[in-house]
Design a protein around this ligand. Structure first.
Ligand code: GLV
Length: 308
């Protein structure tokens, strides 16, 4: 039995050390070294590997090293293989940090001040307390919940929208397409933390922006394909949206010359909102391998039909 790790070599060595101690009988390989392909039972990685079934006939579980699994189309995963997304405290903690930072940045007009500084202007904008603003999170999984907890500590009013019903302390929760409009109508700052599926692709569009209060802020830490990019440019132009923080874009890296690079209403980061932390993720993986061996349900097991 062996496990293949596909990813950054330095972080891979941390996984390997933890595995060597906890599972000495499971041989650990760094992609592209796979050892004996017929002995590979587990792969942990980010990029889909073509011909999985033919190359690794004994493969049992494909673990995504990140939270998202939209890069794995259902036909890429053989029937005999389970797909598992990464649910680990390090991703949730780093995501909550980023979302808090981005929310405060919008709340306290930091993009406007960055623009002013570049132009040598000194102009004050009225300050409101966090308690005067409502922040809405789309997607109430473990990442959405971690972000809401931090935002709650700052005093923001909280809303959440999810496909299936959720009840969270201190958060006004809305469910499904029927309640999307009421949810949006109260969000001064909207945060997209949804998984990318056929239902959520392009959800951040003109028809959604018009349902927000005039002048709302937008944060996208989901996937670039959640956002219809020309619709955001139009919403910024009309003032329906005042400012956006984007960690993901439709094409990554964002192509040279793309209007987002220089737009005065857009703050851009290169898909770093959260990052899997090997020290905590390796522990989660070890627990899932134990669960798999003992016939228990693995944490983060993906329903390929649903897409997450
Ligand atoms: C990053 O985007 C991830 O899905 O972990």
């Amino acid at each position: 039995m062996s496990i293949v790790f596909q990813g950054d070599a330095a972080r891979g060595r941390i996984w390997q050390d933890i595995f060597a101690e906890a599972e000495p009988d499971l041989s650990f390989h760094h992609w592209p070294d796979v050892g004996d392909p017929e002995a590979v039972t587990y792969i942990v990685g980010w990029k889909p590997i073509p011909d999985l079934a033919a190359r690794f006939p004994a493969l049992k579980v494909m673990f995504s090293s990140g939270a998202g699994v939209d890069q794995f189309a259902p036909h890429m995963i053989p029937d005999s293989v389970s797909l598992v997304r990464m649910i680990e405290p390090g991703i949730a903690a780093t995501m909550a940090e980023y979302v808090t930072l981005a929310t405060l940045l919008l709340h306290r007009n930091f993009k406007a001040y960055a623009n002013q500084q570049a132009e040598g202007r000194w102009e004050q904008i009225r300050v409101y307390p966090a308690t005067a603003r409502t922040v809405g999170v789309m997607g109430l999984g473990n990442l959405g919940q971690a972000a809401l907890t931090q935002l709650g500590h700052l005093g923001f009013k909280l809303r959440g929208w999810n496909r299936s019903p959720r009840a969270l302390d201190g958060v006004e929760c809305f469910t499904g397409p029927a309640e999307l409009g009421s949810f949006l109508s109260g969000c001064d700052i909207l945060i997209c933390m949804l998984p990318l599926t056929d239902e959520t692709r392009g959800i951040l569009s003109a028809s959604l922006f018009v349902q927000l209060p005039q002048g709302a802020g937008l944060i996208n830490v989901g996937r670039g394909a959640h956002l219809v990019e020309p619709d955001l440019l139009a919403a910024l132009e009309s003032g329906q949206v005042t400012s956006a923080v984007l960690d993901v874009t439709d094409v990554e890296p964002l192509p040279p010359g793309h209007p987002f690079w220089t737009h005065p209403g857009i703050t851009l980061t290169p898909h770093i909102a959260s990052m899997t932390q090997p020290e905590t993720a390796a522990r989660v993986l070890l627990d899932n391998i134990r669960r798999h061996r003992d016939g228990e349900t693995m944490i983060g097991l993906v329903d390929l039909g649903r897409g997450y």
